[in-house]
Write a protein that binds this ligand. Structure first.
Ligand code: BDR
Ligand code: CA
Length: 309
């Protein structure tokens, strides 16, 4: 069983990743979750996380982290995820009451990691602002971090600019701090996440199948419509790749690199770049291939498990 902390900005695809996570308590123990400004403003993505955890009947401690990137201004993705960061479902007022354990996500993560008796896996599906600050402010926590599994970046092409993926584009300074930290990292970039998801036929099968499947249906239907505008043939549930990888790494194949992120203000901002030096370790496992069928089946099975709870 892996102990994880999960930093996110839900977010349609973050939400599906969260559903898959809580379908597998036998494999993933979630010690805490944090939010960060990204797909929507911090207040909205935090509210969305509260709603999801209320729906899932969880009692996981959560805390909002940084509202804006370390240096650059925040750019949202409300065109894809909706004005409130999670288009589609509605939740009762009671769901707003899901408690916040702290108002400072970075120190909250530090407390969990420093107090854990076993090393922690960090899952990060949003701009890396909180994680970069954690590594800078509490460098001693490095010793208790087993790995950081990130959705972000791309070695092929971007989705905000020709080169840059959204999470790395929004806070390239944070992405650079994390990738160059030397810690063991698994990078689920667009190279695989564009193929981690469901077809419109698969999404349709979720309707009325059960409460969790229905929620996924309500989230994925507008999300797929928005993504289709970007020319994608299936709903690319990017953030899901992190959890799918943790649940079954054999679904993916990757290669190790030493990387940094272009944090200039120029047109290459947010681009992942391979270090030409051979000094230091190739600490980043970049996932390059995914077995689409197995990844989508794992999600469908996970939702069915949740439906029965
Ligand atoms: C990433 O950007 C966000 O919009 C998604 O939630 C995902 O984390 C994909 O580029
Ligand atoms: Ca996200």
């Amino acid at each position: 069983k892996q102990n994880i902390v999960f930093d996110c900005d839900p977010g349609s695809d973050d939400s599906i990743a969260i559903l898959e996570t809580f379908a597998h308590p036998e494999a993933l123990q979630v010690l805490g979750m944090t939010t960060v400004g990204g797909n929507g403003i911090l207040a909205n993505v935090t509210k969305n996380l509260q709603h999801l955890l209320w729906f899932l009947k969880q009692e996981v401690p959560i805390a909002p982290g940084q509202a804006t990137p370390i240096i650059k201004n925040l750019q949202n993705a409300t065109d894809i995820h909706g004005e409130n960061g999670l288009a589609g479902p509605t939740f009762p007022a009671e769901a707003d009451k899901y408690p916040l354990a702290s108002n400072n996500g970075v120190t909250f993560l530090h407390q969990i990691i420093s107090q854990s008796s076993t090393p922690i896996t960090i899952v990060a599906t949003a701009p890396l602002t909180n994680i970069a600050l954690l590594l800078k402010v509490f460098p001693e926590d490095r010793e208790n971090i087993q790995q950081i599994v990130i959705m972000g970046g791309s070695l092929s092409k971007g989705n905000v600019t020709p080169q840059a993926e959204f999470n790395f584009f929004v806070d390239p300074d944070a992405a650079d701090i994390v990738l160059t930290s030397g810690l063991p990292i698994v990078l689920c970039g667009l190279d695989v996440t564009n193929n981690t998801g469901l077809s419109s036929e698969q999404i349709k099968t979720l309707e009325h199948r059960g409460p969790a499947s229905q929620l996924a249906y309500e989230i994925l239907t507008p999300y797929f419509q928005a993504e289709k505008g970007e020319g994608l043939k299936r709903a690319a549930i990017h953030d899901l790749a992190t959890i799918t990888y943790l649940l079954d790494p054999t679904i993916y194949q990757g290669e190790h690199y030493q990387l940094h992120v272009n944090s200039s203000w120029g047109e290459l901002r947010g681009q992942v770049e391979i270090n030409s030096t051979t000094e230091g370790s190739a600490n980043v496992l970049v996932l390059k291939k995914v077995d689409i069928e197995r990844a989508s089946q794992l999600l469908l099975d996970s939702l069915a498990l949740l439906d029965q709870k």
